[in-house]
Design a protein around this ligand. Structure first.
Ligand code: ATP
Ligand code: MG
Length: 248
């Protein structure tokens, strides 16, 4: 099953959510592949530090390279990773003139699907062709929302994109749920959840990830927060959310 973590709003913890859920699901015994589609390569840096890779998502999408040559094993925990890199910023333009440009990633992932329990795609905050490729390859999406900077416009944009993918390309992507991240104030969270559920009826996971320095520190130590701060509230939240998603 392929799931994309998406929100065109920057800094809402897409990457943090992708890495930490990948860790938690692997911990539950699932075989996980994490794909970093962001030219900033934050997920890759968060797992491997400054290490650079010859083969990345760029080669998977555009060069038709077999995944076996691209996949890296994370060192601190047991997931497979297709790294990102700065060259990903040119992929939209390169795909633009290609026939079937929306389905390059979907095709590349076909032989991998049966090898993993979950393939998690960390999307960049732009809604270009690469993100459309992620959606075309996905059965469902998770939307991380940071309540303090929340606006309904962001969700409208995602819903509009899902609608056009369905009508124009015949592919249905489901919103699996909303993950509340970096929360500081329970009152703000309650307001946001009310707006999201009343307006769209999306599922909002009951556990929220608090804004805590340990998440930032874990990132700089190239670890999921669970390995850096095992008892931190963020660790417990991601652990509980991973289970909530699993059960839903
Ligand atoms: N729960 C949290 N508490 C504190 N800091 C957090 C938390 N979650 C994420 N951060 C920090 O916020 C910043 C943005 O997070 P992240 O990179 O995951 O967001 P993003 O949505 O992937 O951003 P982008 O849109 O640039 O891809 C990072 O510095 C990260 O370490
Ligand atoms: Mg990111």
């Amino acid at each position: 099953m392929v799931i994309s973590i998406i929100n065109q709003k920057g800094g809402v913890a897409k990457t943090t959510t992708a890495v930490n859920l990948a860790y938690e699901w692997a911990r539950l015994g699932q075989k996980i592949l994490l794909i970093d589609l962001d030219p900033q390569a934050s997920a890759t840096k968060s797992i491997f530090g400054d290490e650079e890779f010859d083969n990345t998502a760029f080669d998977l999408i555009l060069q038709n390279k077999p995944a076996s040559q691209i996949i890296q094993k994370s060192k601190n925990f047991s997931i497979d990773v297709i790294p990102g890199e700065i060259l990903m910023s040119g992929v939209d333009l390169k795909l633009a003139t290609q026939y079937g440009r929306e389905k390059y990633l979907r095709k590349a992932l076909m032989p991998l699907k049966s090898k993993y329990d979950r393939i998690i795609i960390d999307c960049s905050p732009t809604l270009g062709l690469v993100t459309v490729n992620a959606l075309m390859a996905s059965k469902e999406i998770l939307i991380p929302i940071c309540p303090e900077y929340f606006s309904l416009k962001g969700i409208e944009l995602i819903i509009g994109t899902l609608k056009s993918i369905r009508s124009g390309l015949g592919h249905k992507v489901q919103v699996r749920g909303i993950v509340i991240t970096r929360y500081k104030n329970r009152k703000v969270v309650t307001d946001v959840i009310q707006r999201v559920t009343e307006t769209y009826g999306f599922k909002v996971y009951k556990n929220y990830v608090p804004d805590t320095i340990s998440v930032e520190e874990a990132h700089h130590n190239h670890k999921p927060v669970a390995l850096f701060a095992p008892t931190s509230k963020a660790t417990l939240a991601y652990r509980a959310i991973a289970k909530e998603i699993q059960k839903s």
